[in-house]
Ligand binder design. Structure first.
Ligand code: RIB
Ligand code: CA
Length: 321
């Protein structure tokens, strides 16, 4: 019996795709839909990739096209050097059937699906948060109808972790800081899986080779698309492997006991050199801070049992081995 009805809001993107393959294989996840958003690539590319991934690994799961740009500015330049010009590591994948795209825009798909399953749906967002902000604008009541929201995004300075697009900002939040601040201020149960824990969760080359050799056809796909991403990680951070950013949000949903969290309201800086910075006022901090006070507390991940999180990925991908 699946425990989690999930709408996966994503900008595939190599780590997005690796997390989607995992969700398609995990018995406790019931993927109700995939909503695309700009970010790692243009909306045309991320939507094409979402359709491809659904048709190959999650047949029958609807895909809805989302926002092409942030709420208040133009779309960013795609990150070809990180995710490949095609968003999936430039491995020459065939075109999906574009006729299968849901007729609704992503935010309407989210609103209508949440209304159809009150109290049951988890929004799992691993790209810029524009679609979620648009859904809240369309129907603020969904904040009381979702089961919970889990996002991959942000960086809170735990153990000195900085941003990854500026010293202050993580990519998803930096792409649409206004949307991120709206999402962090909504009255829903929100958990934030940021760089503080995803930088602790590294899939090494040996780990990925094991997935390739023991994970069947999904495992070979994960290996193939991660080649480009692994080269980027070595060239940029000198690590021999990849940060498991988006999968970490899925792991948190399935196994929150593997994470240490800190409660408190979160604000997002929306202007100036620190645009995209995520700042939490911990609930244990007893100072007057009007910009935070009165906003709902979020659970920010500050620690992780990374070996156990990685073991969950490997055991799921290789279950058939
Ligand atoms: O900062 C990491 C995040 O940005 C991940 O979601 C990755 O896919 C990119 O979107
Ligand atoms: Ca992503």
């Amino acid at each position: 019996m699946p425990l989690h009805k999930v709408i996966y809001d994503t900008d595939p993107g190599i780590d997005d795709a690796m997390a989607l393959v995992f969700q398609a294989l995990h018995p406790e996840i019931d993927l109700l839909g995939i909503t695309s958003v700009f970010g790692n690539a243009t909306i045309d590319t991320t939507t094409r990739n979402a359709l491809y991934l659904a048709q190959r690994f999650a047949p029958g799961v609807p895909v809805a096209r989302g926002a092409a740009a942030p709420l208040q500015c133009a779309a960013p330049v795609p990150l070809g050097w990180i995710h490949g010009d095609d968003g999936l590591g430039n491995i020459e994948l065939p075109e999906p059937d574009h006729g299968k795209l849901d007729a609704r825009p992503a935010h309407r798909f989210i609103v209508e699906t949440v209304r159809a399953h009150p109290g049951e749906v988890t929004l799992l967002a691993v790209g810029p948060l524009t679609n979620l902000a648009l859904a809240l604008a369309d129907d603020p009541g969904i904040a009381h109808r979702v089961k919970e929201v889990v996002i991959m995004g942000g960086a809170f300075g735990i153990r000195g972790v900085l941003g990854n697009v500026t010293p202050a900002a993580e990519a998803n939040v930096h792409c649409d800081p206004e949307a991120a601040d709206i999402v962090c201020g909504a009255p829903w149960k929100l958990s934030i899986v940021g760089l503080d824990v995803t930088h602790e969760t590294v899939m090494t080359n040996a780990f990925l080779a094991s997935i390739r050799d023991r994970g069947g056809e999904p495992g070979r796909f994960v290996w193939d698309i991660s080649r480009h991403y692994e080269r980027f990680h070595f060239e940029s951070d000198r690590i021999e492997g990849i940060y498991a950013h988006d999968y970490s949000a899925v792991a948190y949903l399935l196994a929150p006991h593997l994470y240490e969290t800190r409660s408190g309201p979160v604000r997002v800086v929306t202007s100036g050199i620190a645009t995209g910075q995520t700042i939490q006022k911990p609930s244990a901090m007893h100072v007057d801070a009007p910009d935070w006070d009165g906003r709902p507390a979020c659970a920010v991940c500050v620690g992780v049992d990374a070996p156990a999180v990685l073991n969950l990925y490997e055991s799921t991908l290789c279950a058939g081995a």
